[in-house]
Design a protein around this ligand. Structure first.
Ligand code: FES
Length: 360
């Protein structure tokens, strides 16, 4: 089978984070600081990625600003010719820090916010952070960098969508990503409390349509499908080993950020292998590439060429078998696992979820 080159690299620079969001989709077992790749090792990863065909890298975490050597890492990506996007909570993004990153070659920033109300945002994040985010937004705008705002939607904040979009407009975001919670890693523990009701999602859709139909200039509004509610499988990562790769803080290379939880994957590491071999030859990247691994109903379904059978990590988390059709799909024989949860009566009170525990 011909393997096309990837175009994006998710560089998880650290799993350390000042926030404690209950919807965190990073693994339950986080990588500790002592095994993080050095800036020099990241420089090698970026060179190999560029040689492989990658054109952009998302510098993510955890919170990448916790890496003091972040300007060196940005400069290394710039030298490799990669477009860089910093994915940040905004905590620690002062004027001097941003100046250093821009001087190193940073191209764009994606900032997260948890709620439009400062107290609610801090409560969801499990840390005082809203004021830092507000300041970071101002600095990003003043620096003239392309500015994306990321909002993870769940039961506690989805009713505030109108205010959240208005906040993004007030902060000057070019793009607002409305991303329904992905139930991987830590977030899976909190699925029952994070999952919105069908009525909440319907109301949010109406709000979204109203904003999209407003005349005049407006940020781009991206709506990431709520697969649990819609009964459709997401084309996760654009297909396994098809478009992008993830390098974890300790150099483990994965087809998606959640794949570390899959059994028998034996994920390779950039400390042992070249990225080109990892992408083309490794067992991990070939495990669910293409469609030969698929079973029915995916195998005989016309949708599989676009949804790629959905998410392998979700299929494994819910059924114990990563080769099954993603239960989010209403055609899956396991769809009741999701439908019953979505349609089960749930208390009206604001749910409480378990805060994320930090990296060692
Ligand atoms: Fe791993 Fe979807 S998150 S395949």
């Amino acid at each position: 089978m011909t393997v096309d080159p990837p175009w994006a690299l998710l560089a998880e620079l650290t799993h350390r984070c000042p926030l404690r969001c209950g919807y965190c989709s990073n693994p339950v077992e986080l990588v500790g600081r002592s095994t993080e790749l050095t800036a020099g090792e990241w420089a090698g990863v970026f060179r190999q990625a560029a040689d492989l065909g990658v054109v952009q890298t998302h510098l993510s975490g955890g919170e990448p600003l916790l890496r003091r050597d972040l300007p060196d890492i940005v400069a290394a990506a710039e030298r490799a010719g990669l477009y860089t996007q910093l994915v940040t909570s905004g905590v620690g993004l002062g004027e001097r820090r941003l100046d250093e990153l821009v001087a190193a070659g940073l191209h764009s920033v994606q900032l997260s916010v948890q709620h439009a109300d400062p107290d609610a945002s801090d409560r969801i994040a499990g840390a005082r952070s809203f004021a830092a985010k507000e300041r970071a937004a101002r600095l990003i705008r003043a620096a003239g960098l392309p500015f994306g705002l990321n909002i993870v939607l769940h039961r506690t904040n989805i009713d505030a969508l109108d205010d959240l979009i208005a906040l993004g407009v007030a902060w000057g975001a070019d793009r607002i990503e409305l991303a329904h919670t992905q139930f991987h890693g830590w977030a899976l523990r909190n699925r029952a409390t994070l999952l919105p009701t069908r009525n909440q999602v319907d109301r949010a859709r109406t709000t979204l349509t109203r904003w999209r139909e407003r005349p005049g200039p407006a940020p781009e509004l991206i709506w990431v499908t709520p697969d649990h509610i819609d009964g459709v499988a997401k084309p996760c990562m654009g297909g396994w080993g098809a478009l992008s790769l993830t390098v974890a803080p300790d150099g483990t290379v994965l087809p998606c950020p959640a794949a570390a939880a899959l059994p028998g994957l034996d994920p390779p590491n950039v400390r042992d292998r070249q990225l080109d071999w990892i992408w083309r030859e490794s067992r991990a990247f070939n495990a669910y590439r293409g469609d030969s691994w698929m079973r029915d109903p995916c195998r005989s379904c016309g949708l599989s060429s676009t949804d790629h059978g959905g998410c392998r990590c979700q299929a494994f988390a819910l059924t114990g078998d990563a080769t099954r059709t993603d239960p989010a799909c209403r055609l899956s024989p396991d769809h009741a696992l999701i439908r019953d949860l979505v349609d089960s009566p749930r208390p009206a009170a604001t749910p409480v979820h378990a805060y994320r525990e930090g990296a060692p």
